[in-house]
Design a protein around this ligand. Sequence first.
Ligand code: SF4
Ligand code: SF4
Length: 278
Amino acid sequence: MKEIEQFKEKVLKEYPRLKADSPFRFDCHHGVACFNECCGDVNIFLTPYDIIRLKNNLGISSGEFLDRYTLSPFNKDSKFPVVLLRMEDNDRKSCPFNRPEGCSVYGDRPWACRMYPVGVAQPGEGNQELEEEFYFLLKESCCRGYDEPKEWTIEEYKKNQGVEEYDRYGELFKNLTTHRYFGEGKMLSPEKMDMFFTVCYDIDSFRRFIFNSSFFDKFEVDGETRTKIKEDDVELLKFGYQWLRFALFGEKTMTIRQDVLADRQAEVGNRAGEGQAS
Ligand code: SF4
Ligand code: SF4
């Protein structure tokens, strides 16, 4: 993690800052001499949407995906849990999805793999002095992609790599991780950390929690939403973000059922009555 902080600092100080319409020359295909060389010994942070795409590509549950393919480093200063793709325990530390013919999950590869070699620096955690985001180019010494003749802008490259959809859902996740709650230096309790982890990274467990508990007895959730979140992981994730804003930050993003509210008010009234009587 310290290396990541040092890298961030280097980017801010030394890397040329690019915009969406900045042109660059690069291409990556089976014919490049370095093909596959970048798919190992690399820190790939997985977003909630990455995990949904990958576990569905592999036809396994989110829990199984997390067990088999990820690490979740934690230290006492962590504001929220993060998940990294776990590299194989071999000399190359290869990505578990790397094959001689290329990426075995290419159609559902993570955001970070789609963006490569484009990086993005955003204001916020670790970049407090940064006022607006900028792009930069990662230049690994092994990468021959920059010798290729293809030229495009950052925006064109992102479109070609199918990043737009990932950015759309990534924005919702970013709204959570950059929430002012964290900016004010507040920390989540261990229970809330678990809640964050389950909703964001273990979507199948979150679904079990929602449908196998008294959740719907407590919160107003219309029938159409219930059907959507039962069947669709992305819809459930979006619903989960609303739930987290309610449960972690106390925002009014969920509606408590009237009968539950009335019971609670009666309970509070009874307690107050008992207090006066004693
Ligand atoms: S997920 Fe695919 S593109 Fe990304 S590092 Fe692994 S093999 Fe390479
Ligand atoms: S090192 Fe660069 S050119 Fe080579 S496979 Fe990786 S991204 Fe493509």
